[in-house]
Design a binder for this molecule. Structure first.
Ligand SMILES: [Zn+2]
Length: 221
């Protein structure tokens, strides 16, 4: 077990690496939390208390920091996001190309972050409309995958909710917003490696596996 890193002078902890995770201890050797080895504290870049502005916003546990001055504790939870599998009448999958970083130019599925006070079903319908101009009639939840989304040098931890969405009329299809183009591909031509975001790549693999066994597929009818 070796020392992995000593955090900046503002922090009061030292971490030790072991296998795929590491343990974080206070300088008085009091155990604080366990982090995955490839994951920095999600609030690492937050140096000041968001409530009173004081420095000394310190690691409280693996997903929170606490202000040493006013005692405010902020918990960093995963942001909810959605993504849609949409098939046309020929069983071809609707694929978008990402217009923006992260992973600009790679394949993607329609989807995005859920807004405050929005349901996941509303969120996925809104994103489909914004990115493809299509109206989803029915959205059936399939499964979820955690992801890390790099934005402006900051790691956003997400929980991506995947839906199988039914669209009746594809005539309005046009790429907008975060999508530079949208196109249909037969499932045999879907290459999961072309999806730039890790959770989408994994989801595409899972989805293709289910479609190869029609009896077990999550088809809607
Ligand atoms: Zn404070």
């Amino acid at each position: 077990m070796g020392q992995r890193s000593e955090k900046n002078a503002n922090s009061t902890f030292i971490s030790y690496g072991m296998y795929d995770h590491y343990y974080v201890f206070m300088k008085d050797n009091r155990y604080l939390c366990t982090l995955k080895n490839d994951m920095e504290h999600p609030l690492e870049q937050f140096k000041h208390c968001p409530k009173c502005g004081a420095a000394g916003f310190r690691v409280h546990d693996f997903k929170s920091k606490r202000c040493g001055k006013c005692g405010f504790t902020y918990y960093f939870n995963a942001s909810a996001a959605t993504a849609a599998f949409i098939l046309n009448e020929r069983e071809e999958l609707l694929v978008c190309r990402r217009k923006n970083d992260p992973a600009k130019g790679t394949w993607d599925l329609p989807g995005g972050f859920i807004d405050p006070d929005e349901t996941a079903e509303e969120g996925i319908r809104r994103e489909i409309k914004e990115e493809t101009s299509l109206e989803a009639r029915e959205c059936r939840y399939l499964f979820s995958l955690p992801n890390r989304y790099e934005y402006a040098g900051f790691t956003v931890h997400t929980l991506d909710l995947f839906f199988l969405c039914r669209v009746d009329d594809f005539r309005p299809l046009a790429a907008h917003d975060d999508a530079s183009e949208c196109f249909f591909l037969p499932l045999r031509d879907i290459r999961p490696s072309q999806f730039g975001l890790a959770s989408i790549r994994k989801a595409a693999t899972l989805f293709l596996q289910t479609r190869r066994f029609p009896d077990e597929s999550p088809a809607m009818e």
